[in-house]
Design a protein around this ligand. Structure first.
Ligand code: CA2
Length: 154
């Protein structure tokens, strides 16, 4: 039987528009357009429509997460610096009631202590970090598998 097309929203938080231009030793040399195009191709292979958006503004990210309740099956989220601070983004993920995967390019646990805490991990299905752009690909595969997994009531 044909599988339904899944709709996945990929969100990138503040400063990720600078990818490929600065700090390649931490974040790699791929730019955001390349990461997004690769995710879209991978989604196509796996039977998912993938749309990507980036904002430097917390409220904009909150509004996009709220849309997921109606318009998207799941969210792949690199909230960047807001990961470590944003109660508003955490609350939006909870309210959306759609599975969310937290993604990071770098291994935040090998970096400064303030990056070790995530405000959003506890309301996400899972977290992928430390693999550079491949963190997004691994997260997308995990999210799609999760959405396709039969889940009973028990
Ligand atoms: O490793 C990640 O993906 C992060 O989410 C990236 C955030 C950082 O605040 C998190 O702790 C971990 C920073 C994104 C900034 O991206 C830049 C890219 C190029 C040049 C400068 C910043």
């Amino acid at each position: 039987m044909a599988q339904t097309l899944l709709r996945i929203l990929v969100l990138h938080g503040p400063n990720l528009n600078l990818l490929g231009e600065r700090e390649p030793e931490i974040y790699g040399s791929a730019d955001l357009d390349t990461i997004e195009a690769d995710l879209s191709s991978l989604g196509f292979e796996l039977g998912a429509l993938v749309a990507s958006r980036q904002s430097n503004h917390e409220g904009q990210l909150v509004e996009w997460i709220q849309e997921a309740r109606q318009d998207w099956d799941g969210i792949l989220l690199n909230a960047a610096g807001y990961t470590h601070t944003s109660v508003a983004i955490r609350d939006a993920i909870s309210a959306a009631e759609k599975p969310c995967i937290e993604v990071h390019l770098s291994n935040v646990h090998a970096r400064e202590p303030f990056r070790h805490r995530s405000m959003i991990a506890a309301v996400c299905v899972g977290v992928v970090l430390g693999f550079g752009p491949n963190s997004y690909a691994l997260g997308l595969r995990g999210l799609i598998d999760y959405l396709r997994m039969p889940r009973g009531n028990g």
